[in-house]
Design a protein around this ligand. Structure first.
Ligand code: HPA
Length: 276
C-alpha cells in the first residue's frame, strides 16, 4: 500500500464524512479550469477546503478553488471537486488520481470529469463542448504502477473507459437543450508548456480531437476501482499551429466562461437523470 492509495482514501473520506450529510452521492463531479461555476449551481450542504482533507495539497492554479462541495444538483445529492492536482505541478500520477479514490470511498459510483482543452480537430471552435469518447495517455505515467491497491483491478480493461450509456444520456440531454455536443478523443499530455505546432500535427495523426493536461489519471483509477465515467471537454482554443494566435491561460479561462452556461445545464441535466 502506498501514499494516495485506498487506505489513504478511506482516511480522507472519514474526515470528510464528519462534515457532510450521511448520504451516498449519486455522482462526483470534477470541475475543470474555469468550469468551477457549476459549484454555484449546487444547493450547498457543505464545503470542505482541501487543506482540511488528509492527503490533499492546497490547489495552486488560477481558476481552481480547492474545495470539496456537497449538495443537491438536479434533485440529486452530489459531491463536486473544485480544484485538481495536475502532474505538471510536479505531482505524482497517484495524487492526480487520488480524488477519484476519495469520492469512491464516499460512495460515489459515477464520476463526471470535465476539463478545458485545446481543439485539435479542425472542425471545432472555441466554446464547443466535446463528449470524451476515449483518451490517449501521453503523460507517460500511469497512476496504477507499483503494488496493486486492495480492491483495484491489476489490469483494468480500457476498451470503454468512458461509459457508453452515460455518453448516450449526455447526447440526449444536449439534444433536448439545443446544445451542440461534439464527440472525440482527448489526448492527455504532461504540460505545462502548451504543445508545439509539430506536436499538434502528431496528435492529429494519432487520432486526437482535443488536448489537455489532466483527466487521464483520474479516469484510469476510476476504471480500476469500477466507477462509470462521463467526460466533457470545453474547447477553449484552437491547438497551437491551427490558428496564428498564441495560447494563454487567460484565454482559456475567458472561453470557459462563455461556454459555462451550456456546460452547467448539460451536467445538471445528466445528473438529474442518473439512477439514485
Ligand atoms: N493544450 C493543452 N492544454 C490545454 C489547451 C491546449 O491548447 N487549452 C486548454 N488546455
Amino acid at each position: 500500500m502506498s501514499a494516495y492509495g485506498s487506505a489513504a482514501a478511506s482516511r480522507a473520506a472519514s474526515r470528510i464524512r464528519e462534515r457532510i450529510r450521511a448520504t451516498r452521492p449519486v455522482a462526483a463531479i470534477v470541475l475543470g479550469s474555469g468550469l468551477g461555476g457549476l459549484a454555484d449551481e449546487i444547493e450547498r450542504d457543505a464545503s470542505v477546503p482541501y487543506r482540511d482533507i488528509p492527503g490533499f495539497p492546497s490547489a495552486t492554479v488560477a481558476g481552481h478553488a480547492g474545495e470539496l462541495i456537497t449538495g443537491t444538483l438536479g434533485g440529486q445529492f452530489v459531491v463536486a471537486l473544485a480544484g485538481r492536482f495536475h502532474m505538471y505541478e510536479g505531482h505524482d500520477a497517484r495524487l492526480a488520481a487520488f480524488p477519484a479514490r476519495v469520492v469512491h470511498a464516499l460512495g460515489a459510483r459515477t464520476l463526471i470529469v470535465s476539463n478545458a482543452a485545446g481543439g485539435v480537430n479542425r472542425n471545432w471552435q472555441p466554446g464547443d463542448l466535446m463528449l470524451i469518447r476515449d483518451h490517449l495517455n501521453l503523460m507517460f505515467r500511469n497512476p496504477l504502477t507499483g503494488r496493486a491497491e486492495p480492491g483495484d483491478l491489476r489490469f483494468p480493461d480500457m476498451s470503454a473507459p468512458y461509459d457508453p450509456a452515460l455518453g448516450a444520456l449526455a447526447r440526449e440531454i444536449a439534444r433536448e437543450q439545443g446544445t451542440v455536443l461534439s464527440e472525440g478523443v482527448y489526448a492527455g499530455l504532461l504540460g505545462p508548456a502548451y504543445e508545439t505546432p509539430a506536436e499538434v500535427r502528431m496528435l492529429e495523426r494519432f487520432g486526437a480531437d482535443a488536448v489537455g493536461m489532466s483527466t487521464v489519471p483520474e479516469v484510469v483509477v476510476a476504471r480500476a476501482i469500477g466507477m462509470r465515467v462521463l467526460g466533457i471537454s470545453c474547447i477553449t482554443n484552437l491547438a497551437c499551429g491551427l490558428s496564428n494566435a498564441p495560447i494563454s491561460h487567460a484565454e482559456v479561462l475567458e472561453t470557459t466562461a462563455v461556454a459555462a452556461d451550456k456546460f452547467k445545464a448539460l451536467v445538471r441535466g445528466v445528473v438529474a437523470r442518473l439512477e439514485a
